[in-house]
Design a protein around this ligand. Structure first.
Ligand code: NOJ
Ligand code: CA
Length: 553
């Protein structure tokens, strides 16, 4: 089935697919390895697409697979119109897309517009051209300060640690990189940059992709004059939902023009193509500006991801999220984990359940694995019952924990190196998936190679140990996704229900949802259990840290 065929079965407005879709994030290097070299690839993904179709998701979002020296696991793109040989070829991409569409799955690809790789042709030309040359104008080159230009142009810090500026060897200039020094920031005021990215959009739209996840969507335009900023910058900051990416490099008015122009490009294509913003902005009303009617269709709801395991906090974030995007007519998204955060099954097992550490290593607090999993299963029933669109991160349907004891010698995240290890980094959530407990690399590839070592505990979580096993996390997700579809929860309306303290309770269509965040059981009203994260107690009570969907209003 092509995108066009998929689109014909949809109605154009309230039921447009992305308004209620469950979108599964594939992190290509860790999903499935088709050629046994230890790194996941496009042929590997193609082989496993039937698993995703059977899981019951609507779409797949692929993190970058473009040509890249992999200084930031592919978020450093040297050619936006080609597949990195590590992941396969353009033909492999086309085969993957065709197979996904045949199975009724849409495909969203990642777009990385804030910065290129230092190996991108434009940056190479810039480095080999003199200060002030047109070749340098596509990036943010500036003269240094200090008597001899030996100091950076301003005091900005990189999100990955250290200075946000690197000096050009043998030259008076510096270039800006909000991330790694191998990820120079583009100057989005330059017409070449604007034009080229529109062409890149068309390149992938022409191939048939259903949309784009837009990386660092809040960072493309910097405040005029690049003024000093003493505040701390981070991809995600603070706790309890109060992350604060303020500063002259974030959330500037000018970014919205860019998304309006991209929206016009997408609208030229049939089939409800969409964009989702990765924008760590706060408060939610600022985020809602990215999903106004003529901009993107969705933005990741990181406030929800950051919420601690606490009923009041969940209710508040849900209310807020629904209200702010409702004002601009956009759907809410719900997301608990991704390739940048500690997996929520591990976060919920910490002494502050839901706290977001910047990675976990053997020296740090080790999560209570069983408790974290129990809460993660309950959280899945919360997330999948909410109206709007939900994002799942690969492996969460297995209840997969973070690798919390990965040795430093295996780490690859540039944030780990740029902070001298102070930031443990994101490798722990990027470990290759376990497909089969009894095979080398737990079935990730044909051999034993994996680009990051898998912990022994992954055997317990492998797909083959859960497939068809009543009560497994995989079967819980499959049932919830099926019921969500049958009961049209994604397009439903939430009505809060009266409940005991520590419980989140609401009705959505024909389903009543109860999430018990307490460490003790609570009574439930009458009703047939459709899906439960734990067996209900003999007296009908909902156990501690568990959730249930009851039939009836
Ligand atoms: C956000 C991506 O999700 C992350 O993985 C990456 O390191 C930064 N953007 C820079 O592209
Ligand atoms: Ca491979």
């Amino acid at each position: 089935m092509t995108s066009q065929q998929l689109a014909r079965s949809e109605s154009p407005d309230a039921l447009t697919w992305w308004r209620h879709a469950v979108i599964y994030q594939v992190y290509p290097r860790s999903f499935a390895d088709g050629n046994g070299d230890g790194i996941g690839d496009l042929p590997g993904i193609t082989t496993r697409l039937p698993y995703l179709a059977a899981l019951g998701v609507d779409a797949v979002w692929l993190s970058p697979f473009y040509r890249s020296p992999q200084a930031d696991a592919g978020y450093d793109v040297s050619d936006y119109r080609d597949v990195d040989p590590l992941f396969g070829t353009l033909d492999d991409f086309d085969r993957m897309l065709q197979q996904a569409h045949r199975l009724g799955l849409r495909v969203i690809v990642d777009l990385v517009p804030n910065h290129t790789s230092d190996e991108h042709a434009w940056f190479r030309e810039a480095l080999s051209s003199p200060a002030g040359s047109p070749e340098r104008k596509r990036y943010l080159f500036r003269d240094g300060t200090g008597e001899y230009g030996e100091l950076p142009p301003n005091n900005w810090q990189s999100i990955f640690g250290g200075r946000a500026w690197s000096k050009v060897p043998g030259d008076s200039q510096w270039y800006l990189h909000l991330f790694d020094s191998r990820q120079p920031d583009l100057d989005w005021n330059h017409p070449d940059v604007r034009k080229d990215f529109e062409d890149v959009l068309r390149f992938w739209l022409d191939r048939g992709v259903d949309g784009f996840r837009v990386d660092v969507a809040h960072g493309l335009i910097k405040a005029e004059g690049l003024p000093d900023f003493a505040g701390h910058v981070a991809m995600v900051e603070g706790s309890g939902g109060a992350h604060s990416n303020h500063g002259p490099m974030w959330d500037q008015e000018g970014v919205h023009d860019i998304y309006r122009s991209w929206r016009r490009v997408l609208d030229e294509y049939p089939g409800d193509r969409m964009m989702v913003a990765e924008a760590w902005v706060h408060p939610p009303a600022r985020l809602a500006r990215y999903v106004r009617a003529d901009e993107m269709q969705q933005a990741f709801n990181f406030d929800y991801l950051l919420t601690h395991w606490n009923a009041d906090d969940f209710r508040a974030v849900i209310d807020r999220s629904l209200a702010v995007v409702g004002e601009v007519g956009a759907p809410t998204t719900w997301v608990m984990s991704n390739h940048d955060t500690v997996r929520h099954s591990s976060r919920y097992g910490l002494s502050i359940p839901g706290a977001r550490p910047r990675g976990i290593d053997a020296a740090g607090e080790q999560p209570d694995e069983a408790l974290g999993l129990r809460r993660a299963r309950a959280a899945a029933l919360l997330t999948l019952a909410l109206p709007g669109s939900a994002y799942l991160y690969q492996g969460e349907e297995l209840g997969l924990p973070e690798h919390t004891t990965l040795e430093a010698e295996h780490r690859q995240d540039p944030a780990f190196f740029r902070t001298g290890g102070a930031e443990i980094g994101r490798d722990g959530c990027r470990v290759p998936l376990p497909w089969h407990s009894d095979q080398p690399s737990y079935g990730f590839g044909s051999g034993s190679a994996t680009w990051l070592p898998q912990p022994a505990s992954f055997a317990r979580y492998a797909v083959n140990r859960q497939d068809g096993v009543a009560g497994s996390t995989l079967e819980l997700y499959r049932s919830a996704l099926k019921q969500r579809r049958v009961s049209a929860l994604g397009t439903g309306t939430l009505t809060w229900l009266a409940c005991a303290p520590g419980v989140v309770a609401f009705a959505n269509g024909p389903v009543r949802v109860f999430v018990n965040t307490n460490d003790y059981p609570v009574a439930l009203p009458d009703g047939r259990a459709i899906v439960a994260s734990e067996p209900l107690l003999a007296d009908g009570q909902l156990p501690a840290n568990a959730a249930v969907w009851l039939a009836g209003t």
